[in-house]
Ligand binder design. Structure first.
Ligand SMILES: [Zn+2]
Ligand SMILES: [Zn+2]
Length: 83
């Protein structure tokens, strides 16, 4: 009997955004290995930052932005931007 498990929200998200998921995974790994170092926000210097990708095809090419400026960056209509 195959019981179908409903995918979790995260799993569904991964399916919808495979590149984005992969890019984030790459960054997480790289940061753990010390290849990429977390930087303060490039706009305001806030040390609590997210890695932002301008291009998911270049997962190592990241910028660090705090929550506020990350959001702002995306709302400015960066065409690729979602991560
Ligand atoms: Zn900032
Ligand atoms: Zn972003």
């Amino acid at each position: 009997m195959a019981e179908k498990k409903k995918p979790t929200r995260q799993q569904a998200w991964r399916k919808r955004h495979p590149k984005r998921y992969l890019a984030h995974l790459t960054v997480q790994n790289a940061m753990r290995l010390g290849v990429i170092k977390r930087q303060p926000c490039e706009v305001c210097g806030n040390p609590k930052t997210d890695a932002h990708h301008d291009d998911y095809d270049r997962p190592y090419d990241v910028r660090f932005l705090c929550r506020r400026h990350h959001k702002q960056h995306h709302s400015k209509g960066a065409k690729n931007g979602a991560g």
